[in-house]
Design a protein around this ligand. Structure first.
Ligand SMILES: NC(=O)c1ccc[n+]([C@@H]2O[C@H](COP(=O)([O-])OP(=O)(O)OC[C@H]3O[C@@H](n4cnc5c(N)ncnc54)[C@H](OP(=O)(O)O)[C@@H]3O)[C@@H](O)[C@H]2O)c1
Length: 301
């Protein structure tokens, strides 16, 4: 198949590109071009410049493709890259371009917990993007994922950095009560789910995916701590309300803030589906976070 991956130069996109190229597909990676797309050349993929917010370049990039995967979203709002512009309007523009160019299948990567609840702005925008696809007329499959881990991820790598940088005799700060549940899934497994969805064709429905374990935020910190530091550490729970102003400040002044207000919001609600969701929907067992987080030992970002 000739497949366009919108957002194909990002974290999940790089894994998906490698997986689909290995399976012999012809790929077009679509993005604004702010990141290196050297890996795409290695996978034999073409690069097409487009901006989902304005829609510029999308129809040209999708022309001649049998399928399109949309991986564009922001979890941190910056300038004109707002939740509404990128996650809602951008998704609507991709869906419209897919419908107009006659693409046979649009796969959208959404997020577990996507709902219109305005208290969770990121999840509400992901939900609005799903709605835009549903009314676009484009044949589609929506995959809602829990947090994705792997080299280059935006969540676990930052937690590892926080753990590593906390001086040995300081307690590790845990935002909130630490009890919110997540179901980390490996980027390679997300790529495999998307590839299987592409093979099956449009369901015009929603499928939820997550890793094999429900882990609380505190358990995730414990796994990371055991992986990246040798000595045991004390922990201290810090109310989210006390961290929020710091997160706001970091988001305003840093290019790559350690934590953002909307990430803190995500601690307010469990982010899980059934532990066997991937086995049920895609007939394979995804990797366990605790057994696959060795990449966090590498110092980066
Ligand atoms: N990571 C997770 O834990 C997780 C969990 C659940 C769901 N998801 C979903 O998975 C998808 C992929 O996430 P990710 O972590 O791989 O994201 P990412 O690493 O931030 O990659 C985003 C991609 O989108 C492109 N992009 C950004 N703004 C654009 C615009 N205005 N027009 C065109 N392209 C644009 C970026 O390239 P340029 O900057 O060059 O344009 C990049 O290729 C998202 O939809 C996200 O909601 C992720």
């Amino acid at each position: 198949m000739r497949i366009a991956i919108v957002g194909g130069t990002g974290f999940v996109g790089s894994q998906l590109t490698a997986h689909l190229a290995e399976h012999g597909h012809e790929l077009v990676l679509v993005a604004r071009g702010s990141r290196s797309h050297a890996a795409s050349a290695a996978a034999g993929a073409q690069f097409a410049r487009a901006d989902v917010v304005t829609g510029t370049g999308l129809a040209e990039a999708l022309a001649g493709c049998q399928a399109v995967v949309n991986l564009v979203a922001v979890i941190v709002e910056k300038g004109r890259q707002t939740f509404d512009a990128v996650n809602r309007q951008g998704t609507a523009n991709v869906a419209q371009a897919a419908a107009e160019t006659g693409v046979a299948h649009l796969v959208q990567l959404s997020a577990l917990g996507a709902s219109p609840d305005p208290r969770f702005a990121y999840l509400a925008s992901k939900w609005a993007g799903e709605q835009a696809i549903a009314i676009s007329g484009a044949p589609h499959t929506i995959i809602r994922s829990s947090l994705v881990f792997g080299p280059g991820d935006g969540f676990f790598v930052k937690l590892a950095r926080l753990v590593r940088r906390t001086p040995p005799f300081f307690p590790l700060p845990i935002a909130g009560d630490g009890r919110t549940l997540f179901q980390p899934i490996a980027a390679v497994d997300v790529a495999r789910c998307i590839a299987l969805a592409l093979e099956r064709g449009p369901s015009n429905g929603v499928v939820s995916i997550g890793g094999p374990d429900h882990l609380s935020y505190e358990q995730i910190i414990d796994v990371i701590r055991a992986e990246v530091v040798s000595l045991p550490r004390l922990k201290v729970h810090v109310p989210v309300i006390a961290i929020k102003p710091v997160a706001r400040l970091m988001t305003a002044i840093m290019r790559d803030p350690l934590v953002t207000p909307s990430q803190l919001d995500l601690l307010g609600r469990n982010n899980v589906t059934l532990p066997g969701a991937v086995r049920v929907a895609f007939a394979f067992d995804p990797a366990r976070f605790a057994e696959s987080c060795g990449y966090l030992r590498r110092r980066g970002r």
